[in-house]
Design a protein around this ligand. Structure first.
Ligand SMILES: [Mg+2]
Ligand SMILES: [Zn+2]
Length: 172
């Protein structure tokens, strides 16, 4: 079986766009700014034998605020330029009551089936409580990157930077 690092997108792969303190998603490729060190992080986890799988809630699709073509453009760019094996996307909002929207574990379970992943020996790296909740529900070890907006969120390990998250993963 494979091991994976499951990565949230906004806040982990790319910077969030803060609107009145609330982290929001880039809606076009022009708004996409990669996080410092993410290319190296992904290269290192791949080298250590992990699959890198992005899992992201994009409710702006359900809300009609974002065009699916723009979203696909961003994801094509990420798959082409970073060591990412797959991207799972929840385009729904709470009212849809789907199984994929974090904090539910649907995307992780689907990815585990497709890629033959042992969830118990895999990691989730996120920036919000719901990322850690989804990871916990799937049986993964959860890491949150430190941000002012996630101070009260629970997780297995809190990292102040991608480098320390990488050390935690590769030394576990
Ligand atoms: Mg996020
Ligand atoms: Zn969904």
């Amino acid at each position: 079986m494979n091991r994976a690092v499951f990565l949230d997108r906004d806040g982990v792969i790319n910077q969030v766009i803060l609107k009145e303190g609330i982290p929001c998603s880039p809606r076009t490729i022009k708004e996409l700014i990669l996080n410092d060190g993410i290319a190296d992080f992904l290269a290192q986890t791949r080298k250590a034998g992990f699959l890198n799988i992005v899992f992201t809630n994009q409710p702006d699709i359900a809300r009609g605020l974002m065009d699916t073509g723009n979203l696909q453009g961003i994801h094509d760019f990420l798959l082409k330029n970073l060591a990412i094996d797959d991207i799972y996307l929840c385009p729904h909002d709470d009212a849809d009551n789907c199984l994929c929207r974090k904090p539910k574990a649907g995307m992780l379970i689907e990815a585990a089936r497709k890629w033959d992943i042992n969830l118990n020996s895999s990691f989730v790296v996120g920036d919000q409580h719901k990322d850690a909740q989804a990871g916990k529900a799937a049986g993964c070890t959860t890491i949150l990157l430190d941000f002012p907006y996630n101070k009260n969120a629970e997780c297995d390990c809190r990292s102040d930077c991608l480098r320390s998250a990488l050390e935690f993963i590769t030394c576990s």
